[in-house]
Design a protein around this ligand. Structure first.
Ligand SMILES: Nc1ncnc2c1ncn2[C@@H]1O[C@H](COP(=O)(O)OP(=O)(O)OP(=O)(O)O)[C@@H](O)[C@H]1O
Ligand code: NI
Length: 349
């Protein structure tokens, strides 16, 4: 649609799950954008809402889950939340595709890799005959599978884990997507293979100018792939910044905790730390900072007021933190007042 529209704009995204005992606000008012050619890294511990965010964009939230009506997900300016299930099916696997941690969730064990690729190409590119086969081989070559002409007639189980994930990426590319969502695509792979896959994704992005949303719990991986980073905690984005600022000037105490838990990141032989405690299940409106009970810097107001994403220093709009300690160039009580004011302006009840 409009050339000005970002590739993906997610606004006020709220996704809830209804269980017998509670309503889980798995994604609770999340806002972000992804431009063409940009990789947004989404990082956070288990249970922070990363995968549910991805599933919400993909239209894959199933009962007892629900994307709340005030949520907006625009792809190329087009509102996705209003799409019917059949329209969504058309969008998935054409404009947006997803790569999961386990390649075997995307590969069918009873068909050869080549047949799966060809089927996808037939659907999306209207190719047939030798052109179809050649295009399929070309795609396998593009994702770095050696001896592609022979391997195309092999079954998924004949591929190693790394090669399977490459085949999944080839399948995703066969759809010619504008947005690729990767949910922990390298977590199951060993470090060398992981690095190769990350490099492959970077190459693909440059060649095709697609947007990538890359989900991981690993801060080290984020540093390799992301242009921007959104740090998620208990359903909320608690910090968002260009990757360089995030590492040079991490703001949120939660981000600092994640950085301290990267092996090898401890100056002076400090012990590898992990953040004590667990991510709480967000089962009510945010009336306070959800990280406060685990936060080494929490003070009284943190238990009384939900922080809003505000610039970490005045005017630095591309680096925000939802923490009452920021903007850091303000006196603490003034910063708290800023959050209180932002809070009443927002849609939060
Ligand atoms: N089908 C479901 N029913 C109920 N609750 C769910 C469902 N799916 C997800 N949740 C809840 O939503 C929250 C966010 O889960 P999500 O899978 O997005 O976390 P994540 O950040 O991707 O974690 P991980 O790193 O473990 O993949 C969790 O509290 C989870 O229990
Ligand atoms: Ni997940």
């Amino acid at each position: 649609m409009s050339a000005e529209a970002p590739l993906l704009a997610v606004e006020n995204l709220r996704t809830e799950f209804y269980t017998d005992k509670e309503t889980v606000r798995a994604v609770d008012d999340v806002n972000f954008r992804i431009e063409r050619g940009e990789t947004l890294g989404i990082v956070g511990e288990s249970g922070s809402g990363k995968s549910v965010t991805a599933r919400s964009i993909m239209g894959l939230v199933e009962s007892p889950g629900n994307v709340l009506p005030e949520s907006s997900i625009r792809l190329d300016g087009e509102e996705l939340t209003e799409k019917s299930e059949s329209e969504y099916r058309g969008i998935r696997g054409s404009e947006v595709t997803m790569v999961f941690q386990d390649p075997l969730t995307s590969l069918n064990p009873v068909y050869t890799v080549g047949n799966q690729l060809k089927e996808t190409l037939r659907l999306h590119r209207d190719l047939d005959g030798q052109t179809l086969t050649d295009t399929a081989i070309g795609l396998l070559e593009d994702v770095g599978i050696p001896d592609a002409a022979r391997r195309i007639s092999e079954y998924p189980h004949e591929f190693s884990g790394g090669m399977q994930q490459r085949a999944v990426i080839a399948l995703a590319l066969a759809c010619d997507p504008e947005l690729l969502i990767c949910d922990e695509p390298t977590t199951a792979l060993d470090v060398t293979i992981q690095a190769q896959i990350l490099e492959l994704l970077a190459e693909i992005q440059v060649e095709r100018d697609i947007g990538i949303m890359f989900i991981t719990h690993d801060m080290g991986v984020i540093a390799e792939v992301a242009d921007r980073v959104a740090v998620m905690y208990a359903g909320e984005i608690v910090e968002s910044a260009p990757v360089r600022s995030l590492y040079s000037d991490p703001a949120h105490p939660y981000t600092n905790g994640l950085l301290d838990s990267i092996p090898g990141n401890q100056p002076g032989g400090r012990e590898l730390t992990t953040i004590e405690g667990e991510v709480p299940i967000p089962n009510g409106a945010a009336t306070h900072c959800r990280f406060a009970p685990r936060c080494p810097k929490a003070f009284e107001e943190c238990y009384e007021l939900a922080p809003e994403p505000l610039p970490t220093t005045a005017g630095k709009d591309d680096h925000t933190a939802a923490c009452l300690l920021f903007p850091e160039d303000m006196k603490r009580e003034d910063a708290v007042d800023e959050h209180r004011a932002a809070n009443t302006e927002g849609t939060d009840e």
